[in-house]
Write a protein that binds this ligand. Structure first.
Ligand code: NAX
Length: 327
């Protein structure tokens, strides 16, 4: 069994963390041979709830879990961590726009960036889940200059998983028969779920989703809209934002980042843009890191219009975030 690594989950008293901590501690992210020391970071009013989470983790009797460190001090929370799940933030409530959250949340990510910079391992992998995830990741990275920028990413895996679920359901196929869907842009309702490079396994043969669907109006219409609005639909039904599926997506994201993806397979995550695909350079922007060479540097016309829209939103959001921090 490998020496334990330290992994932090922020917002550890919240609803996403409640599912996420269990999945991590079971070995679903770092592997069944990797022991763990879990750091649980939340804010002082939640210290009592954290104690309850610590008790439950102990009662799960998980062999990989060597130690749990509950804390409300970011410097203790981020000390020597190899992986960070930044979940803690104010969640979106019904009817609330993402930009309402911006001002409260960028301040949190400034403090956490500074703490990561001071005490985390320099090769720490930082996954930002808390919304607005892309901009929070940008802020966090800006305040952690001693950690490489490519070690910061924002979660769009939930959107990718939602997109895969839509395609699987359309064909009545298992989810494992769908691959290579892309989520471009901001993790918001302007994101662009793109099936044009996607594959589906039908009758033992991998086919292009576009050919298999045979109807562009579905892929450019209801498919895109359903994925874009899925978060709001869950809130409307559950009166709370997605939690179980968000935790699973965070695990998938970190798992694939940590271990790599299978040959020919790619996944979506928010990373720093190098200007590829006409995206705004140096904004936190989604393109599929591993498929860059496969996809080349161009996108279809429909995709390019969608990319423009979400890119502009991100630029504005980032500008707003910086002005909050400057004020
Ligand atoms: P909860 O309100 O259940 O939990 C949030 C937790 O964060 C609370 O315990 C709170 O005390 C803690 N927190 C607040 N400020 C903190 C700080 N400075 N340091 C540490 N902890 C802090 O929200 P939950 O449903 O768990 O959602 C967490 C975040 O994930 C929200 O921002 C939400 O919008 C975002 N989401 C992002 C998704 C994505 O795909 N990127 C999807 C799901 C989710 O909506």
């Amino acid at each position: 069994m490998a020496e334990p690594i330290r992994v932090v989950v922020t917002g550890a008293a919240g609803q996403i963390a409640y599912s996420l901590l269990y999945m991590i501690a079971r070995g679903e992210v770092f592997g069944k041979e990797q022991s763990l020391i879990l750091h649980l970071l939340d804010i002082p009013p939640m210290a009592g709830v954290l104690e309850g989470v610590v008790m439950e983790l102990a009662d799960c009797a998980l062999p990989l879990l060597r130690k749990v460190v509950p804390t409300t001090d970011p410097l203790e929370g981020f000390k020597d961590v190899s992986a960070a799940f930044l979940v803690g933030a104010m969640p979106r409530k019904e009817g609330m726009e993402r930009k309402d959250l911006l001002s409260a949340n960028v301040k949190i990510f400034k403090v956490q960036g500074e703490a990561l910079d001071k005490v985390a391992k320099k090769d720490v992998k930082v996954l930002v889940v808390g919304n607005p995830a892309n901009t929070n990741a940008l802020v966090c990275a800006n305040y952690a200059p001693s950690i490489p920028r490519e070690n910061f990413s924002a979660m769009t895996r939930l959107d990718q998983n939602r997109a895969a679920a839509q395609i699987a359901s359309k064909f009545g196929a298992p989810i494992s028969n769908v691959s290579n869907l892309i989520i471009w842009g901001n993790h918001s309702s302007t994101q662009y779920p793109d099936a044009s490079h996607g594959k589906i396994l039908i009758d033992n043969e991998w086919k292009n989703i576009v050919d298999a669907v045979g109807d562009n109006s579905y892929l450019e219409g209801p498919f895109v809209e359903t994925v874009q609005k899925r978060g709001a639909a869950v809130i409307s039904a559950r009166k709370m934002s997605s939690a179980m599926s968000a935790a699973k997506a965070a695990c998938d994201h970190m798992h694939d980042w940590w271990h790599g993806t299978a040959p020919g397979q790619f996944v979506s995550m928010g990373v720093f843009s190098d200007g590829s695909y006409g995206s705004p350079k140096d904004e936190e922007f989604i393109y599929e890191a591993k498929s860059k060479n496969i996809l080349g540097n161009s996108v279809e016309k429909f995709s390019s219009v969608k990319l423009d829209l979400t890119g502009k939103e991100l630029q504005e959001e980032n500008k707003e975030a910086m002005s909050v921090l400057d004020s």
